[in-house]
Each structure stands twice: as C-alpha cells, then as structure tokens.
Design a protein around this ligand. Structure first.
Ligand SMILES: [Fe+2]
Length: 374
C-alpha cells in the first residue's frame, strides 16, 4: 500500500510540474525569465524525487517519513486527481467544434522526396527517421468550416493556414519550399501565416525563396509569434513585407471578393502588445493569432474565424493520454483542432515545421480550409 501511495505521489509530482511549465509558457513574460523559471521547474521536477527517494531509503526501520514529505506527496496526488479529471473532461469540452469536418488528409512523405536534403545533417536525419517520428511526414488537412455569418459570395472561400514553421536551419529550405509548392497547388484565395516563422537570423534569407513564393488570389497575411521576438522582429516584418506578405499584427486589413469585404486582423498578444482596432461594424472578421489563448478575446469581439498555432499539438502525443506539454494558460485544452464558441470558430494548427526534431503521433500540418455557410 505504501509503495502505491509513493508511486501515485511520484506521477502526481510530474503532472504538477508539467502543468506549471505549461502555464508559465502561456505568459507573455520576458524570454530569459521564462527560461530561468523553466530550468528551475525542471530541476525541481527531477531533483525532488531523488531527495525523497534518498530520505525514504535511508530512514531507520519503522521510522515515519518526514511530515513535509507526506504533505507534499498528498498535494501531488491531489494534483494528479485534478489533472486526470480535467483530461477526461476534455472529451466532453463543449467548445470542441463538431460541425467542422476534416474531409481529406494527404500525407506528404518529405523524406522520400528529399532524402537527406530535408534536414541539416546526418545526426538530424537519423533522429528524423527514428521509428514513429513523424517530423518529415507533414499532412495537408482539408477542412470544411461552417461559419454562421458567411455571405453567399464568400461561400467556398479557400484559406490556407501555415503556422509555427520555426525556420532554424534544422529543417532545410527545401523542406519549406515543398510545403509552399503544396499550398500553391491547392490554389487558395487567402494564405495566413500565424507566427513563429524564423528562429535564427541566417534564416531571414529564406523568407523570399519560401514564403515569398506563396500564390493566392487575395494575398498572404501574417502575424509574428514568441519565437520571432527572439530575433530582430522589425527586420523579419520588413523581409516578409518585401516578399509580398501583408503584416496584420495589431492591425486591420480589408480584402474584397465579389463585393463582399473580409476584415483580417492580427492579435500577437501577449508578446507584441498592439490590439487590432476592431470597431464591431465589420461584416466578416478573420483573426490571425499566434496563441489560441486569444480565443476568449476573439469571442468577445465577435470574430468569425480565428487561426492560431503555438501549441504544436503537444508535439509528442502518448497513446490514451495525449499530449503533456503545451505552452498555454489552458494547458492542453487547445493543443490542436477546431473549437467553436457562439459564432466564433478557431482552428489551431499543429505547426508546419518544428524546432525540436521529434514529433510522435503529431505530424506537422498545413490546413486547407474551405468556408461554408452554416
Ligand atoms: Fe509559439
């Protein structure tokens, strides 16, 4: 019985610190401060069980465990219960959108196409091709998204959604060029890129040859994410604009099709603080947001469609459990998928690239949304 108690406490301890790290990364704090607290959490998560094991193993026969350790163990078990109940409850989350349909999923076998040319070097190639690693198998997900306020002339509007490319040099320029070719082949009306685009300064040179080749009838639009704030964000905005993409971070843009106006806005908070100046009089609003944590704001603003990313679907999804790590104030609730509250629909992409070279049960994604009235 004692061993079951300590085992549950150990699992609960892990769950407690993982939840703390998730919430921490949902804050808009300075990157160095977040990295410092993440390392602190990592040290506590790994170190506390070692200290506890040493205390339990070295105590005299019959000696009781210290009261602080027993109290912490009960706290961990309580945390495990809360996390487990919350996880199970997510299956019945009323904001999960059951009206949006995934009509087709097309895997793109980039390792078969590019061979070792998909990653920077042999080591990354070996990691990327580990059994079960879906890093080089992005999926083109075709979705039909019913929107309540969609005017008739906009029915069938095709919106391509790329997010979290994380151009770092680990995945090559050729990898992203292939994704762009796939988007162009679909012939979208709009292309939306929702942040975490370039990770390191040398990859600014790739903007023109990758995203700069995007083709659509109504244009390509972007916002930046938290990782873009690690490099010169102003320079990235300038490069993207030069490559023909429109910056909507904290701004509005209007596009017309057959006499109907679509208002595009960008919400980059909490990392870039400008609020898009919506008036409430717009006919149809499409919001590009980096984090799905902006969903509540979008609902209050009566936005029709939100496109977001940031959470990467959790990156590693365990069978039956799902993802553990999600940098969100809502934990794993908005890891990926489509959500609906009132007339506001939000699509959260799993990310079209990755910085970390492992993805399990969580392939990269390019979403191709067809809007319908409904
Ligand atoms: Fe992000």
């Amino acid at each position: 019985m004692q061993s079951v108690f300590w085992f549950l406490a150990f699992i609960g301890h892990g769950a407690l610190w993982v939840e703390l790290v998730n919430r921490l990364h949902g804050l808009g704090w300075n990157r160095k401060l977040i990295d410092f607290f993440t390392q602190l959490c990592g040290a506590a998560c790994c170190g506390l069980p070692l200290v506890a094991a040493a205390i339990l193993l070295l105590r005299s026969p019959g000696e009781a465990a210290p009261s602080w350790l027993v109290a912490y163990a009960w706290l961990s078990i309580a945390a495990l219960a809360v996390v487990a109940v919350t996880r199970v409850g997510l299956h019945w989350d009323p904001s999960r959108d059951r009206r949006t349909k995934i009509t087709r999923v097309v895997p793109v076998e980039l390792h078969a196409k590019l061979g070792r040319g998909a990653t920077r070097d042999r080591t990354l190639d070996r990691i990327a091709t580990l059994p079960g690693n879906t890093l080089l198998r992005p999926q083109l997900e075709h979705l039909t998204v019913p929107l309540e306020r969609l005017p008739k002339p906009l029915e069938g509007l095709r919106v391509a959604h790329l997010t979290d490319l994380h151009m770092s040099g680990r995945l090559t320029e050729a990898y992203f060029a292939e994704l762009v070719d796939e988007v162009n082949a679909w012939r979208p009306d709009l292309v939306c890129v929702t942040g975490d685009i370039v990770e390191h300064t040398p990859q600014l040179e790739w903007v023109d040859t990758t995203l700069g080749r995007l083709e659509s009838t109504l244009g390509s639009y972007f916002v930046l994410g938290n990782h873009d704030a690690k490099i010169d964000a102003a320079e990235l905005r300038r490069r993207l604009a030069e490559a023909g993409l429109v910056d909507v971070g904290g701004l509005l843009a209007a596009v017309e099709r057959q006499g109907e106006t679509i208002t595009l806005c960008g919400d980059e908070r909490p990392w870039f603080v400008a609020e898009p100046p919506l008036t409430g009089a717009e006919s149809l609003v499409l919001c590009l947001a980096h984090t799905p944590d902006r969903f509540g704001w979008a609902v209050r603003q009566s936005v029709d469609l939100v496109l977001a990313g940031h959470n990467h679907g959790g990156q590693v999804c365990f069978p039956a459990i799902g993802p553990l790590l999600c940098p969100s104030r809502h934990g794993v609730r908005y890891a990926a998928g489509t959500f609906r509250r009132g007339r506001t629909v939000m699509h959260v992409g799993r990310g079209s690239g990755s910085l970390f070279p492992l993805r399990y049960n969580c392939p990269p994604e390019v979403a191709l949304l067809t809007l319908t009235k409904g």
